[in-house]
Design a protein around this ligand. Sequence first.
Ligand code: ZN
Length: 370
Amino acid sequence: MRTLRNTIFPDLKCQEHGIYDVWPCPWPECRNGIPEDSFRVESLMEGEEPEVYSRRQWKTLSGDPYFSWDSAKLPNWFSLPRVVWNEARRQGLVDTGFPDLIYHYTSVEGFFGIVQSGQLWLSDYSYLNDTRELSHGADLVAEVATELLVNESRPQATDLLRQWITELQSPVHRVCVASFSGSGDSLSQWRAYGHIAIGFEPRDVSLHAYRANLRPVEYQRDRQRALVDLYLHHMREAYLVDSDNGRLERIEDVYHKTDRLVELIAFFKDPAFAAEQEYRLAFIEHPDLMPSLGHKCSAKRFRVSRGRIIPYVLSDELEPILPSGRDLKIREVILGPGTDATLERGIREFLTESNMREVEVKRTRVPYRT
Ligand SMILES: [Zn+2]
């Protein structure tokens, strides 16, 4: 059996099948895949047995096949987001192109903290202004789950769907996000978030914060609906496969939690906000999942912002059991309206001392009107 090198960093492996993964394309006879139906991978953890992955076929709601690599060691729940997003890309339900740079708008204090720590700060979503967004997605999930219940024939799956509907009414997750904009010089962003826009390459952000998800926010209602359809259907299938194969004995109720659903709806926003072109880095933690597996939760930190105390996590402290990502690379800094030459001088000197002399510092072109 072929042995593949283990890596934690995914890449676009197959355009045709939408595969953005660490493994080759899982579609049979694809030129970006492998001919064999299984392969082996050395474990990243010392002393652990190699893992074997096998090709698995799934069926969409309309009966079309799609494929994934399935490691028999863990329930399919763990690879589920990767599989579903690959299929969503193949179906054209997500934009695959990112702009060259995405910008994080922040205050001078926020900029200072990010450069000094070399980390992104993901703030607790429930402390941000637009908390109604999660309920927007939760309502959509409840609607789709209710429809699925009508034709559900497996009692186990009926329980699962009902549980999701109930649980999503009062989510218990810690959802932490950092927001980016596709535009580096936007007056509405300057007004809402602060005087500094830090430009990053999307891939740098993904490789640095690989334990969180970086995605464009979805504003279109029909695409949100299609994604929820795909997600719920796939979760139901994965649950039945795992319970039929006895893979849920160690962590039996993982599917009955709503982590995966919250991961999805954390990227939905009301169509009224579409002009923001937001890209969002989101991390979702269930308060009792990691402890139940014997692992620590991500460290909770606090910052003061606009007279409030906001909990946040550092990008390098997400799921501490996993190895660190790549160093965070800043490509550009844009200073917004109302900033002056003294701030610019301080920023340049601070960047130089922080070994980031090459970062370009620019001033906004937007005229400031109050
Ligand atoms: Zn392929």
